[in-house]
Design a protein around this ligand. Structure first.
Ligand SMILES: NC(=O)c1ccc[n+]([C@@H]2O[C@H](COP(=O)([O-])OP(=O)(O)OC[C@H]3O[C@@H](n4cnc5c(N)ncnc54)[C@H](O)[C@@H]3O)[C@@H](O)[C@H]2O)c1
Length: 336
């Protein structure tokens, strides 16, 4: 994953020499964010309990830059560990979470504890460390199943799962910590992020990862529902760019919520067709299973607010992102 050179130059002026804390930095999006921050000269503190990730990628970064990357193996529910992770942090990117809708339906209390209470603890630690800004990984699941498209931040929210409810609570906490304590905060509602290194290993894997795993195993991908549900699938470089922009924007950010997507949607059935073609198995068609509780039908981001507030515009298309992602899964699953 690479960001365009002109964007990197601008961001580097801000992040060079800056100490940042990334919660969930061993995870999929967090790992890409750390790559970008490291290439821009930042000092990185990662706190992650590795409950949904491994140290595989991060240890490479630590080996490369032992003085600029520190890893704290702990939960965001551990106040002492958070305190250690935030020493000197000027910017905090809070990505640690249990991130799956179906898992949240199975484990509502754990989801609430990590995603909502964990966010409160991160905010308190950031406040104690006198951090200047906290950026939160919120979710498009906040919109639920309302028919209007595209989703605009001014629409009422309609969480359909414990995951969506916990992420909405996080947004509210960020806004309140701005109002009560003057901490600069922003919440980014990511729309279906995909890319290399996204975990395909659990029953809760995101759709692109799960499809890739099935296709490279010579199996039909499973679609929950009839395949006509649509999503604004967003390549991870877009999410990383938006996150870095939100961390560095000179705009006064006081808990604003912004959509981060591409402004284009495709159906899950179309996605399966494109991916089957890219995997070299165009004859493989998905198997349809009943829709899952908590899943929404359609999703599409209006990204004008993020453009206005932080200057975000997508830098990678779905096709380019998918090609890069499939190359990566091919190396992992097909061993080529
Ligand atoms: N991937 C998406 O499409 C998407 C969409 C909307 C929002 N988000 C949000 O973006 C963030 C990153 O998502 P991701 O896709 O990289 O998921 P991920 O699971 O790869 O990353 C989350 C990381 O948080 C860590 N973690 C979990 N519980 C923790 C705890 N108690 N303490 C410390 N670390 C903990 C995990 O080990 C993992 O490394 C999450 O907050 C997620 O809710 C992701």
């Amino acid at each position: 994953m690479r960001l365009p050179a002109d964007k990197v130059t601008k961001l580097r002026t801000f992040y060079q020499g800056r100490t940042v804390c990334v919660t969930g930095g061993a995870g999929f999006i967090g790992g890409h964010l750390c790559d970008a921050l490291l290439s821009m000269g930042a000092e990185i503190r990662v706190i992650d309990d590795l409950s949904n990730s491994s140290l595989e990628h991060l240890s490479g970064l630590i080996e490369l830059e032992p003085d600029r990357v520190k890893f704290i193996h702990a939960s965001v529910l551990d106040d002492d560990a958070l305190k250690a992770a935030m020493v000197g942090a000027q910017t905090v990117f809070h990505l640690a979470a249990l991130g799956s809708v179906p898992r949240s339906v199975e484990e509502p209390q754990r989801t609430w504890s990590v995603n909502a209470t964990g966010t409160l603890r991160v905010l308190e630690a950031a406040r104690a460390a006198k951090a200047l800004r906290v950026v939160f990984a919120a979710s498009s699941s906040a919109y639920g199943d309302q028919p209007e498209l595209p989703k605009v931040e001014s629409m009422p929210v309609q969480p359909l799962s414990p995951y969506a409810a916990s992420k909405l609570a996080g947004e509210q906490l960020l806004a309140v910590w701005s109002k009560c304590y003057g901490l600069s905060t922003a919440s980014l509602r990511y729309f279906n992020i995909f890319g290399p290194r996204q975990s395909a290993d659990s029953a809760y894997a995101a759709v692109v990862a799960a499809f890739a795993k099935a296709l490279f195993a010579g199996e039909a991908p499973t679609v929950f529902g009839d395949g006509s549900q649509s999503r604004d699938f967003t390549f991870v470089s877009n999410a990383v760019l938006a996150t870095l922009l939100a961390g560095s924007a000179p705009t006064r950010l006081t808990g604003q919520v912004m959509n981060i997507g591409t402004g284009r949607r495709v159906t899950v059935a179309e996605l399966a067709t494109v991916m089957a073609r890219q995997a070299g198995t165009p004859h493989v068609h998905p198997v349809m299973r009943p829709a899952r509780a908590g899943d929404v039908m359609h999703s599409l981001a209006d990204i004008s607010l993020a453009k206005e507030l932080i200057g975000y515009e997508p830098v990678a298309t779905l096709e380019d992102g998918l090609a890069e992602t499939m190359e990566w899964y091919k190396r992992v699953f097909a061993g080529t």
